[in-house]
Ligand binder design. Sequence first.
Ligand SMILES: N[C@@H](CCC(=O)N[C@@H](CS)C(=O)NCC(=O)O)C(=O)O
Length: 204
Amino acid sequence: MLKLYGNIRSRAMRCLWMLEEVGQPYELVEKSVRADDLQQAEYLALNPNARIPTLADGDYVLWESMAINLYLAQKYEGPMRAGAEVLGLAAQWSFWAMLETESLLFDLLLHRALLPEFTRDASHAERAELLLVKPLRVLDEALARQPHLAGETFTVADLNVAGILAWGKMAKLDLTPYSKVKEWLDGCLARPAYARVRSRAGRT
Ligand SMILES: N[C@@H](CCC(=O)N[C@@H](CS)C(=O)NCC(=O)O)C(=O)O
């Protein structure tokens, strides 16, 4: 059975969402982000970065959340199975989201929500929001041309980017100027597979 190492409150969320969309049986092996949990010889043999998530599909092991999802989209039959064109666009948007938005969104999340209030710095959040204008415009323009990132239907391209942009929602990023992004993100996050993973969080 597929095994995903991680936890719901981490970047493993993106892969849990994908696994739910793919519909293959899988097991979540709970791993926190604590060093004592990650710096174990057995886990380091799977992921030498000592980070989560990691996927094990039998003896085949992968780390990096975006790569795990692109693999699952190629490997398994079903609604998320993607051909070369979709995979190309999914890789493009996944690299783009990681490089152009992820660290800015993380900064925003830290300084708006995650850090204890007395250590938050509003100027960090403002800077991140300003630097996000350009990529959010790019995304908004793409979604004005077609409803999803690789065409008419929801694919791993949407899942990978929405999995990152979800941090913006948690950080109360104002998406009003990017109406297409807002509509698309709300639609992605309303998917039953996403809700199933979130309800699992409520149980843990
Ligand atoms: N680029 C990696 C990042 C993985 C990552 O940084 N995961 C965090 C949890 S969200 C982690 O394991 N942190 C523990 C640490 O850095 O010590 C991915 O997308 O999978």
